[in-house]
Design a protein around this ligand. Structure first.
Ligand code: F0G
Length: 351
């Protein structure tokens, strides 16, 4: 049977109003890629899978929630959607709004959004507004303006975003036949960890698929859930999760506690070295924030805090490496330039 997108596949399991009018780019259905070499590199003895969410239509997991939120907004008669974003939500909102014939407005922290995300939002036709402040400032502003004007907020405060993102958990259970032992994922505004936990719980109650323990991972310079208080000036190379006041922080902490998992922080160096390792060992290139879940897993194993032996572990890699080419290019040795003849090429390759 042809694949028609997430609302067709899982719509009956999502709490969406009757007025919802599906807007889809055939999102979801992303691969669960076995990562044997990476698992060996971390010490081995466990099964590791990468759910590569960068293969969604706009290059990140945000499309799962956006198909639901924009479908609801369209059915309700909304004309405009708005979001604050570190980039991926912006690109996704812009694409789904365009497909639905709606206007989109996106607020981004000035100078802190990766090139591929900004370009996407512009290409899809959003009105892009840079805020001389943080993502947290931008989120406060979009909440205020959508309270006052008839503009639909599509950040993950919008409950339909969470409904859509539950499908990631459904897919994992469908592909593996059960929930994994552990789920590792990056945490920024904390919508995704909230959605995965809700999705696993729902599937378990329907199909007895079991529950994973959840390892949520923040960047050390933007780790309000680890520190236990908001961070005024969050900093990290993983700009997607450069967030100091997560909107769903309480629910993220609940997910960690209920699942007998935890939320930890890793350094920017750990994130970047995992990004590189994943690309070189497995051929999977993700943006820095997306490597945080795996960096957290490696950190816990190396620190002896985690007995991985015999476990089945799934890491959610949330966005494609192409979103943030600059992070690679800035440290790159410039490729050699060679005269256009065989002898010159042999000299460079064989010395
Ligand atoms: N990974 C990537 C690539 C992201 O873009 C985000 C969030 C996260 C992880 C964290 O997910 O917020 O649900 O905890 N990006 C948002 C945005 C904030 O605006 O694109 P979360």
């Amino acid at each position: 049977m042809a694949y028609h997108g997430l609302l067709d596949k899982y719509g009956t399991l999502l709490d969406l109003p009757a007025h919802t009018r599906p807007v889809s780019l055939l999102e979801g259905n992303t691969p669960l890629i076995p990562a044997e070499a990476l698992s060996r590199q971390m010490g081995g003895g466990f099964e590791l899978f990468v759910k590569f969410e960068g293969l969604n239509p706009t290059g990140s997991f945000k499309d799962r929630g956006m198909t639901a939120a924009v479908s609801e907004a369209l059915g309700r008669g909304a004309k405009t959607v708005i979001c604050a974003s570190t980039g991926n939500t912006a690109a996704s909102a812009a694409a789904y709004a365009s497909r639905a014939g709606l206007k989109s407005i996106v607020l981004i922290p000035q100078g802190k959004v990766a090139a591929g995300k900004l370009a996407g939002a512009i290409a899809y036709g959003a009105q892009v507004i840079q805020i001389d402040g943080s993502f947290d400032d931008a989120l406060t502003m979009v909440v205020q303006i959508s309270d006052k004007h008839p503009i639909c907020l599509v950040n993950s405060i919008n409950p339909y975003r969470i409904e859509g993102q539950k499908t990631g958990a459904f897919e994992i259970c469908d592909m593996l036949g059960a929930a994994p032992d552990w789920l590792c994922l990056p945490v920024g505004n904390a919508g995704n960890i909230t959605a995965y936990w809700a999705g696993f719980k729902q599937y378990d109650s329907l199909k007895a698929t079991g529950l994973p323990q959840v390892l949520g991972v923040q960047a050390a310079g933007s780790a309000p859930l680890v520190l236990g208080h908001p961070v005024e000036n969050p900093e990290t190379v993983a700009t997607a999760i450069r967030i100091g006041k997560p909107a769903r922080g309480e629910q993220a902490l609940e997910a960690a506690e209920e699942s007998k998992g935890r939320i930890i922080a890793v350094s920017d160096d750990e994130i970047l070295s995992m990004q590189k390792m994943l690309a070189r060992l497995e051929g999977i290139w993700v943006e820095p924030a997306s490597a945080a879940g795996l960096a957290g897993l490696a950190h816990e194993i190396a620190a002896g805090n985690f007995s991985a032996g015999g476990k089945r572990i799934v890491a959610i890699c949330t966005g494609h490496g192409l979103k943030d080419p600059d992070i690679i290019i800035k440290d790159m040795a410039k490729p050699q330039i060679v005269s256009p003849n065989l002898a010159a090429l042999e000299e460079v390759i064989f010395g």
